[in-house]
Design a protein around this ligand. Structure first.
Ligand SMILES: [Mn+2]
Length: 448
């Protein structure tokens, strides 16, 4: 790991914070069932500033003019625990490998906290997400109040560190873009595999496993979010993750997934026919969503607003809804009344990065944010015709979304996920030998 990257990020954070203390903590470990824990995923902010991935950890940054100190709290080395559940860097490793100026066992966090906060005017901490940690920090503040006659005081001001970190994380540098491209490539590999592996009769879950297997073959540690593998009418459910239906012969498969590589996640959606061939009506709807997606991608450039990009897709989708006989009226009326929301109920996309729905605001002072080089946005319009009586019959059970990850660059955009087939012709040509993915896998038979 290139620890200098994290040192540089800390220095940039230090430069922007007022004198005081900033605290970042890991998420609590969650119990799954009985004696099993949920898989642990490091906190994006803590990782962004430290590169440290172990659970039960915390970082304190202290600034006083030119004086800057980085303190890590970590699980101490413990040969018996490490034998059972794995290696720990420990206090020495935190200093040696993660460039901490000081390190302490995490068990000492609470008792040492008042000393770190004493006589510091400003505290940077995000309250409200980790109640147990919040309580410890409130406790330390209370303790300092009671010591005021002994000369203790602080902190007078609490600031959410996201006010600094969000922008740092939102504007990707060359290294971040390289990392994101790795995640995009691993994700793309999963999509290519899925389009080659799909066969009517298999379960959505089986196909999702192919996708995630391919992610991991391409360097991904975990998914950035639960894989959405939705066949037929399930594709009209935006965040469908049960993935337990069988894929039918005439179904479209809506696949929305993202590989996380080194704590940064991509996010792609493609919708393709299980048979490898779109039906005429599926194709008609698909062409409209594609046209909307291309219009929005084209609108991404420095100086454009998020709302302008959204609007570019919305106008095409509404034209499509009229053409398909789903809605009546003019484009402007339908946009004005919001009638389109019956079939298109989400926004154009979201910031992308270490968190799949990455940090960063969308509006400032009520105004849509302006795109700048280094921002990464997903462009993912869709149309969703649920199989129900008030949906025009020919459109029922068609759910289509198309999503790419788009980096804003000077003068325009770069699509990070363009290797995955997208036009009808590309998808059908690529899927001409659908099912062929399995030929590369030797089946394992369990003899009884
Ligand atoms: Mn997305």
């Amino acid at each position: 790991m290139d620890i200098q990257r994290f040192v540089n990020r800390r220095n940039r954070f230090f430069d922007q914070m007022a004198d005081g203390v900033a605290i970042f903590t890991s998420w609590p470990v969650q119990r799954r069932n009985a004696d099993q824990d949920q898989a642990y995923r490091p906190d994006s902010d803590l990782y962004f500033l430290t590169g440290f991935e172990e659970q039960e950890s915390a970082a304190i940054l202290i600034k006083d003019g030119e004086f800057r100190r980085f303190v890590l709290f970590v699980r101490p080395r413990d040969p018996e625990q490490e034998q059972w559940v794995g290696f720990r860097a420990g206090v020495d490793g935190a200093v040696k490998d993660f460039a901490a100026d000081q390190a302490y066992p995490i068990d000492e966090f609470e008792s040492r906290l008042p000393d770190f906060l004493d006589k510091k005017a400003n505290l940077y901490y995000e309250f409200g997400r980790h109640p147990e940690m919040d309580t410890k920090i409130f406790g330390a503040i209370e303790e300092l109040k009671s010591g005021i006659r002994a000369g203790q005081f602080g902190p007078w001001t609490v600031t959410d560190p996201r006010t600094i970190l969000w922008r740092m994380r939102q504007i990707k540098d060359d290294y971040d873009v390289k990392d994101l491209q790795k995640a995009a490539d691993a994700t793309a590999a999963g999509f290519l595999a899925a389009m080659k592996a799909v066969l009517p009769g298999m379960s959505e879950r089986e196909l999702a496993s192919v996708v995630e297997f391919e992610f991991k073959r391409n360097g991904s540690q975990r998914v950035g979010f639960e894989t959405i593998c939705a066949a037929g009418n399930n594709g009209t459910i935006l965040h469908y993750i049960s993935n337990d239906a069988v894929i039918g012969p005439n179904d479209l498969v809506l696949l929305d997934a993202g590989a996380e590589v080194d704590m940064i996640s991509a996010d792609i959606t493609r919708t393709f026919p299980a048979s490898g061939k779109f039906t005429p009506m599926q194709k008609r709807v698909y062409e409209w969503v594609l046209k909307a997606q291309l219009a929005a991608v084209e609108a991404v450039k420095p100086g454009a607003t998020y709302d302008e990009v959204s609007r570019a897709a919305l106008e095409v989708l509404v034209d499509g809804l009229i053409d398909l006989g789903a809605l009546e009226g003019t484009r402007d009326e339908i946009i004005e009344t919001g009638a389109y929301r019956k079939y298109y109920m989400h926004r154009i996309g979201h910031w992308l990065g270490s968190d799949v729905h990455d940090v960063g605001v969308y509006h400032v002072n009520g105004k849509s944010i302006t795109l700048e080089p280094g921002m990464v946005i997903t462009i993912e319009p869709g149309l969703y015709f649920m199989d129900q009586p008030d949906t025009p019959e020919p459109l029922r059970a068609i759910g289509i979304r198309i999503e790419d990850d788009v980096l804003v660059v000077p003068g325009g955009r770069k699509i990070l996920t363009s290797v995955v087939p997208k036009t009808v012709a590309e998808v059908e040509a690529f899927m001409a030998d659908a099912g062929s993915w399995w030929r590369n896998l030797a089946p394992i038979s369990v003899e009884k």
